[in-house]
Design a protein around this ligand. Structure first.
Ligand code: FAD
Length: 415
């Protein structure tokens, strides 16, 4: 961790930014992370915490076109648009829907599998062994269905994941009971993915990696980045709320807020946000042992150090509209549908901004304009599953060596 190779400044202290910093330190770079908040208070704070190398499907799935009108008519359904935002998001939405084909699904899932299959090794490389063990569990994920039709409807996408190496075991009612006795008896069929896992708290995970970065000599500055000063060969300084900050090499990992900064760096990327909500029940009164996903409702439930969390839903409303906590309340109702004995009196709600590109792939690439800048944003619904691996590939890019995987699907030039 000598810093002998030079210095890298990283904008963003979410899971992606801190993972980039940790991998860069392993390569001998000195690092400075700049974030307007303490580490991990952006979207990485309140997600569902699933660490699933099989969560590789794009958000725009084949057949989605038919479902969208019904979803949109239900303001508390899995997908909604704030109508005042429709004119702004329409071009992005049309682009997004064009990716909802089988061919695209195979292409995206193949790329995401190659990115995420090392996720456990990648987090273990940047955390002490005891910290890794205390924060990350590899105890599988259970997908539940209440009818054969529902499971059959997921058949093609399950087979795709199996073909790409994910273990997805179909199980019956008694095995579901054995895995999760507190689940509603309505769930007759399930798919168990034994290679998946979760974190006991995504905020603690980011804080632990940030703590390691600091312990290894890294600097974390709390300041808002408002502008980038460009010299003849690329960015030379950031304008921040704390003053001018000279930079040598730069990584942009500002999650859903990366778009305007990428534009200042000469790249127009179609980055939007898909907002999501959670409810965490701090005294749930039931035992849930692993991540449970109810496909029909598009929700994840995960037992965490801070309680039992249900998270999900997609709301297209941009970065600045206030939250609509009725959507979180709906998640709370779904949690009770899934776990009838759940105690809901002690609960907290949260809304976060998933950074999303229309093809559901992140950008992990050198800036098309400047050799000293790398982009690492757009991790949509799976930034915890792909943040650690992204850090490894960003370090490869900064070092100027080729990565273990083909990074071309994540190119910044693809738009
Ligand atoms: C409801 C919900 C459930 C989810 N569940 C899962 C899950 O189970 N598993 C999974 O893998 N993923 C999940 N996700 C997705 C995951 O949370 C995101 O993909 C991930 O957190 C993105 O990480 P990031 O580091 O790119 O962004 P962030 O965590 O948002 O970090 C970006 C940072 O940049 C900082 N920043 C931005 N602009 C500036 C600026 N101008 N100056 C200074 N600082 C700036 C912000 O303050 C922020 O800290 C979920 C998301 C939601 C909303």
């Amino acid at each position: 961790m000598t810093g002998d190779n030079g210095h890298v400044t990283i904008i963003g202290a979410g899971i992606v930014g801190v993972s980039c910093a940790a991998f860069l330190q392993r390569e001998g770079y000195a690092v400075t992370i700049v974030d307007r908040n303490e580490p991990g208070l952006g979207t990485s704070f309140g997600n569902a915490g699933s660490v699933s190398p099989s969560a590789i499907l794009p958000v725009a799935m084949p057949g989605m076109m038919k479902k969208v009108p019904g979803w949109l008519l239900d303001p508390l359904g899995p997908l909604t648009i704030r109508w005042s935002y429709l004119p702004v998001i329409m071009p992005w939405l049309l682009r997004f829907l064009r990716h909802a084909t089988r061919d695209e699904c195979v292409r995206v899932a193949t790329a995401m599998r190659s990115l995420m299959e090392t996720v456990f090794d990648d987090y273990s490389a940047i955390l002490d062994e005891s910290t890794f063990r205390s924060l990350i569990r590899r105890n599988g994920c259970l997908y539940v269905y209440d009818s054969r039709d529902e499971l059959d409807a997921a058949g093609w996408s399950l087979d795709l994941r199996r073909r790409l190496g994910a273990e997805m075991q179909e199980i019956g009612e008694s095995e579901i009971r054995e895995l999760e006795p507190a689940l509603n008896r309505r769930f007759k069929l399930g798919v168990f993915a034994p290679d998946n896992g979760s974190t006991v708290d995504p905020h603690l995970l980011v804080k632990a990696i940030a703590g390691k970065v600091r312990a290894n000599g890294g600097t974390i500055i709390q300041a808002e980045v408002s502008d980038v000063e460009i010299g003849p060969a690329g960015p030379v300084a950031l304008q921040t709320s704390g003053g001018r900050l000279p930079v040598d090499r730069l990584v942009l990992a500002a999650g859903a807020w990366s778009g305007p900064l990428a534009r200042k760096l000469g790249s127009k990327v179609p980055l939007e946000t898909q907002r999501g909500y959670h409810v965490t029940f701090s005294e749930p009164g039931i035992d849930v042992h692993r991540t449970v996903m109810w496909n029909k409702r598009s929700v994840f439930i995960n037992p965490m150090a801070c309680g039992l969390r249900i998270a999900g839903t997609v709301e297209l409303a941009g970065l600045s509209a206030p939250p609509n906590y009725a959507r979180a309340d709906r998640l709370g109702e779904i949690a009770v549908e899934m776990f009838p004995d759940l105690k809901t009196a002690q609960q907290s709600r949260w809304m976060g901004h998933r950074p999303c590109l229309p093809d559901s792939l992140p950008v992990i690439d050198r800036s098309p304009r400047f050799a000293n800048t790398v982009f690492a944003f757009g991790h949509q619904h799976v930034g915890i599953c792909s943040g650690g691996p992204t850090g490894r590939h960003v370090a490869d890019l900064v070092c100027g060596r080729s990565s273990r995987i083909d990074l071309s699907p994540f190119s910044a030039r693809r738009f």
